[in-house]
Design a protein around this ligand. Structure first.
Ligand code: COA
Length: 350
């Protein structure tokens, strides 16, 4: 029994925050941001949009484009680091919004590795024989935890969501073996200090801006490169594949320089590596499903994909899959709406 991806959906908010606009408020330059990160713009959700809305829109996009009966969905796993609330689960709201009345829903938080971890959980559930159809989504409203006065982090992140349908198959297509890793020693190198049980919200935590992301950028960069390179090499061995067998690499989109260095370390042609960071920035749990959504038409039946990620925790991993047959399409068009956002508008939303 295997689990195969048969439908993909995605959603990014219409509002664009570009590098030029960021330069109006923090000491940086368009050239520096693009050269050091590869990012040109990111999408930002408005103050009335929560992570559940992003996830729900991505899942609705999946239902609009593929012939899937929502009543047959048995489980919804949402990877997110920015849940609507600490209590109750974001997935509950999404089940309600998308009419998944025969499913149970749960959130998992493994930061930028969340989607990959969720894919592993869902495929294991299907391989066990107990489930046949599970939706796995990655969604984050990173603008809700980004400090737009801190140039170290505000250049990096954006909002978005992606979702896939995983289904049972008797064929050898679908999710293959993975390697997933966690090292709690990295927690304080990339985290939001306040708002959880360790430091509940106080007036002081707000004054100290402790509800925003803190990151040791260069250290995280080095760990991301070494961890993603090693785990990718190891997962190829585990799946008895060579680098030449890999048709496409889907890396977590945190920094174009990380992506390029990992592809060099793996000796994989950069043209085989899918990149959309220039348009969305780092959308945390959503980068990988957004890549699958953006580039799905390039993937052909029988091709091998290597997915790899690294994020807060530290958490990281890699997984191979053999692309299978997608469900029948309902529409072919994919509408991307956009409008430019002023920095004042971003700050007002905080
Ligand atoms: N604009 C202009 N200059 C900046 C800047 C900005 N936005 N941010 C930092 N700088 C400056 C620094 O002050 C430093 O100046 P100095 O040499 O005079 O001290 C110089 O640029 C280099 O800083 P550094 O932090 O070493 O830059 P970097 O090349 O490592 O790039 C990041 C910074 C954050 C882009 C990079 O470290 C990164 O992408 N890290 C990983 C992020 C990541 O993957 N996070 C999520 C994991 S899921």
């Amino acid at each position: 029994m295997n689990a195969v991806i048969t439908a993909v959906g995605g959603y990014v908010p219409a509002a664009i925050l570009d590098n030029k606009t960021i330069c109006e408020k923090v000491e940086t330059s368009e050239l520096w941001i693009e050269k050091r990160t590869g990012i040109k713009e990111r999408r930002i959700a408005d103050e009335n949009t929560a992570t559940s809305d992003l996830a729900s829109a991505a899942i609705e996009n999946l239902f609009e484009h593929y012939d899937v009966d929502r009543n047959e969905i048995e489980a919804l796993i949402i990877a997110t680091a920015t849940p609507d609330h600490i209590l109750a689960p974001t997935a509950s709201k999404v089940c309600e919004k998308n009419g998944l009345t025969n499913a149970f829903g749960l959130d998992i938080n493994a930061a930028c590795s969340g989607f990959l971890y969720a894919l592993e959980l869902a495929s294991s559930m299907i391989e066990s024989g107990r489930y046949e159809k599970i939706i796995v989504a990655g969604a984050d409203k990173m603008s809700s935890i980004v400090d737009y006065e801190n140039r170290d982090t505000c250049i990096l992140f954006g909002d978005g969501a992606g979702a896939v349908l995983l289904e049972k198959t008797q064929s050898d297509y679908g999710i293959m073996k993975s390697i997933l890793r966690t090292d709690g020693g990295g927690t304080s190198s990339l985290f939001v200090p306040a708002g959880g049980s360790k430091m509940p919200a106080t007036m002081q935590s707000i004054v100290h801006r402790s509800h925003f992301i803190k990151q040791e950028g260069p250290y995280v960069f080095k760990k991301a490169v070494s961890s993603m390179s090693k785990v990718s090499k190891d997962v190829l061995i585990k799946n008895e594949l060579d680098t030449e067998d890999i048709d496409w690499v889907i890396p977590h989109q945190a920094n174009l320089r990380i992506i390029k260095t990992v592809s060099e370390n793996l000796n994989i042609d950069i043209n085989k590596v899918k990149v959309n960071i220039e348009r969305y920035g780092n959308t945390t749990s959503a980068t990988i499903p957004l890549c699958l959504w953006d580039f799905k038409d390039d993937f052909k039946k029988g091709q091998y994909l290597l997915i790899t990620t690294f994020g807060a925790g530290f958490s990281w991993g890699a997984l191979c899959l053999k692309w299978g047959t997608m469900r029948k399409k309902r529409h072919r068009s994919q509408v991307h709406q956009s409008r430019k956002l002023s920095y004042e508008a971003v700050l007002q939303q905080m």
